[in-house]
Design a protein around this ligand. Structure first.
Ligand SMILES: C[S@@+](CC[C@H](N)C(=O)[O-])C[C@H]1O[C@@H](n2cnc3c(N)ncnc32)[C@H](O)[C@@H]1O
Length: 236
């Protein structure tokens, strides 16, 4: 399904409309881009969309280039216009497209399209293998609380945001339509999943159901040292 029909908006209007759909959209992207090392040379953007996150990353890493992967040919045309010669755009699924060696792999509101935890695990393992030493995976997305009452309050906050720009019926219709397609993994579970794939995780931004995670591969020697430390704690 194309981005426009999934979100229920016109593609030409994407950059304006997305802010009415996702609370604090610009802050989330800024927080994600702020984790990029200024010396980064290659950044891969999974589900690049119109290139909004990539453009912020390129502002921060002045010598970097972006490889943006997206399944939607129409949205890639907008990304191409925005990123110019610093962007290489690849049409395809980021679940299958080979990932180039990278200093950072980033994603904003794209990984909730991965339907199963097994598929997510495979993706994270491929990302880990693609990252250069010192590289990181950064994702901004919806990760509600596991606690039902807190998750409910977070959902109400999201509806309040939608209602600032849309009618009650339209806001409810958006959430109903996305619920059929999107998988919002609770933050705790997502962190556990990343750790099981060999990452250390920092939450660099969080408000209501939305978060930015920065995941760094744990090196073999750090794993060995961590294991030894745990062993010596057990013995003491
Ligand atoms: C909600 S949009 C977010 C776009 C952009 N990253 C942003 O922050 O505005 C999700 C994007 O991910 C893309 N996408 C979803 N699943 C994908 C997949 N498996 N492979 C490639 N692109 C995918 C969609 O085509 C869409 O452009």
């Amino acid at each position: 399904m194309s981005v426009a029909s999934h979100l229920g908006i016109r593609l030409a209007d994407y950059d304006r409309q997305i802010r009415t759909l996702i609370p604090n959209y610009a802050d989330l992207l800024e927080a994600a881009a702020a984790t990029i090392h200024p010396g980064a040379r290659t950044i891969v953007d999974l589900g690049v969309g119109t290139g909004a996150l990539s453009a912020r990353c390129l502002d921060r890493a002045r010598r970097a280039r972006v490889v943006g992967i997206d399944a939607d040919a129409d949205i890639l045309r907008l990304a191409a216009r925005r990123l110019g010669p610093r962007g290489t755009l690849v049409r395809g699924s980021f679940l299958r497209t080979p990932l180039p060696r990278a200093d950072a792999v980033v994603a904003s509101f794209a990984l909730h399209h991965v339907r199963t935890r097994d598929a997510k695990r495979r993706l994270y393992s491929r990302v880990r293998a693609a990252l250069r030493r010192g590289g990181r995976l950064v994702s901004a997305d919806c990760h509600p609380a596991r606690d039902a009452a807190i998750a409910d309050a977070q959902r109400r906050a999201w509806i309040t945001h939608l209602r600032a720009s849309h009618s009650a019926a339209r806001a409810a219709a958006f959430l109903r339509a996305w619920a059929r397609e999107d998988v919002y993994v609770p933050l705790d579970d997502e962190v556990a999943l990343l750790k099981s794939c060999g990452f250390r995780v920092e939450i660099v931004w969080r408000k209501d159901a939305f978060a930015v995670m920065c995941a760094t591969p744990v090196t073999r020697s750090a794993r060995r040292t961590g294991g030894a430390r745990r062993q010596s704690r057990r013995e003491n």
